[in-house]
Design a protein around this ligand. Sequence first.
Ligand code: KIV
Length: 261
Amino acid sequence: MPTLKSLRAQAQRAEPFACLTCYDATTARLLMRAGVHLLLVGDTAAEVILGFTRTIDMPLDIAVALTAAVKRGAPDCVVMADMPFMSYHTTDAEAIRNAGRFLVEGHADIVKLEADASFAPLIAQMVRAGIPICGHIGSRPQRAAITSGYVSAGKSTDDADQILRDAIALEQAGCSMLLIEAVPETLTAAVLKATTIPVVGIGAGNACHAQVLVLQDLLGMTDNPPRFAQPAAQLGKAIEDAGKTWVTTVAARKVGLPANE
Ligand code: KIV
């Protein structure tokens, strides 16, 4: 059964581990059986589960409840909870309390927050409180209002240097893991060289210790998946077909066995 410790050892042995987003107990159970090591209850739930167009619309209470559901479904996976926008940006006390909720109420194993080096003191306090933290660096979708949309990161030398400094500062603050999103492979390589904790990548090249995708992209359920997300199934089509079959079955009055027999 994977733990933060075993994932770190696996990363040190250069054996990549598999991560996927997940937002419900049933799917979590199936992914656990599939051998996925880490399930991320991402704030992408705002989009793929709740139907918003922005991850910043993820409500904290729902994020905590979905995290608990995923852990109930997959007790043998490492479950990572994603802190929603504004749940860690006001006061340190509120941020630490909210992070703690994911451990206590959500039964998460680790809590992720989008961060740069300026978050290092807050992260150090969370770690001091006993909360394992993953620092999400590179492209940070919760800043889409500033960057005018979801954008890649680390393309200019200045930006890449800053992200490298972020990675180092977050490890020094006590992060147990980093997640790096949508950066050039050269920057990923520099981060891997400069840090010792597992680095999970998404759109950051194959060198990372682990890879994560939004589950609906992997399952072929999203209309415009990112370029790096190769669907491994076509569940979108399968669900549509099943829905059509149900519509015709109901219309033909051919549903199951006769009632009460
Ligand atoms: O919220 C999320 O699902 C994420 C992944 C895209 C990495 O942070």
